[in-house]
Ligand binder design. Structure first.
Ligand code: ATP
Ligand code: MG
Length: 286
């Protein structure tokens, strides 16, 4: 059985070695031309995210009891677990939106609150409905860009990248769920961040949208960025991610490269393995 933690691998198959650079300079975290060595941020661990022993209680509800995982640059990490397992709560702790009762989480080597330029280091999609309903998609992004000290022309570029250029002037309140997800992804990408944290970004996307999202996440990882993505669509996850983190009832069950998980159980799908790991084959809530 694949356990946790497992050795990390660079996307090119080389162990470890990441080229140190700073995370906030110039046009972004990665070289854009083919064949160039990927630029890497300076972190003591070389990891994009490292969460250790996270714990969070809401009143009497133990939302997250003991969650630890790592996320590597140049890879997509799927964050999986049943409803109520603690995924969103964990992501909120990683992003400094709520304070952990115990444990630590660092992004690019620092707690979120200590990042010198958070929007340029990490982009997040947590709530697709976050845009002001009366504001156009373009204005929503421009406001966010201004708040983060990012040139507002990025708004137009990103609306193109997420396939919303033709709806740029429409009110976000009239966007479909899939369009709101795309707008949320554009917002996450505003600062050209080296780390992306996406909570169920495939929610509400049609099959074309899901394929588009898969290609987008792949291209972001190929640029050297780290992508942490939660999802319940296991067939899609199996086609998209490099690494898998499974949590259940607020605890990490496993972290492993997807190919190792599958190789350890010949003939099993990710769904089979997930149901076995989470003990929810009967469909009981976590
Ligand atoms: N602000 C809060 N106040 C009280 N309880 C909360 C709060 N946020 C989350 N919880 C509880 O913590 C537990 C974990 O919730 P969380 O949203 O993190 O799960 P999840 O894994 O993201 O689930 P889903 O797959 O349904 O999105 C649940 O029991 C939930 O009801
Ligand atoms: Mg959630």
């Amino acid at each position: 059985m694949a356990g946790w933690p497992t050795p990390r691998r660079a996307p090119d198959g080389q162990a470890g070695g990441m080229t140190a650079t700073t995370s906030t300079q110039g046009s972004g975290p990665v070289a854009r031309h083919a064949g160039a060595a990927l630029r890497r941020p300076t972190t003591t661990t070389g990891l994009a995210i490292q969460a250790v022993g996270l714990r969070k209680k809401f009143g009497r509800v133990m939302a997250v009891e003991d969650v630890s995982f790592t996320v590597s640059y140049g890879r997509i990490t799927g964050f999986l677990g049943p409803n109520g397992a603690g995924k969103t709560t964990t992501l909120r702790m990683v992003l400094g939106l709520i304070r952990a009762d115990a444990g630590t989480a660092v992004i690019a080597g620092k707690p979120y609150a200590q990042l010198p330029s958070p929007a340029r280091t990490v982009g997040a999609l947590l709530d697709a409905a976050a845009a002001h309903p009366g504001r156009s998609g373009r204005d929503h992004l421009r406001v966010l860009a201004t708040q983060a000290g990012i040139p507002s022309r990025r708004a137009g570029q990103l609306l193109e990248r997420v396939g919303l250029a033709s709806a740029a002037r429409q009110r976000a309140g009239r966007y479909s769920l899939g369009m709101r997800q795309r707008l949320g992804l554009a917002a996450a990408l505003l600062g050209d961040p080296e780390v992306l944290v996406l909570d169920e970004p495939a929610n509400g996307l049609d099959p074309q949208g899901i394929r588009w999202l898969r290609d987008l996440l792949r291209s972001l990882a190929a640029e050297g960025r780290a992508v942490l993505v939660s999802s319940h669509i296991l067939a899609e996850v199996a086609q998209t991610v490099d690494d898998v983190v499974v949590i259940s009832r607020g605890r990490t069950i496993t972290q492993a490269p997807l190919d190792e998980l599958l190789a350890a159980r010949p003939g099993s799908t990710l769904e089979d393995i997930y149901l076995e790991l989470t003990g929810s084959a009967e469909g009981e809530p976590s």
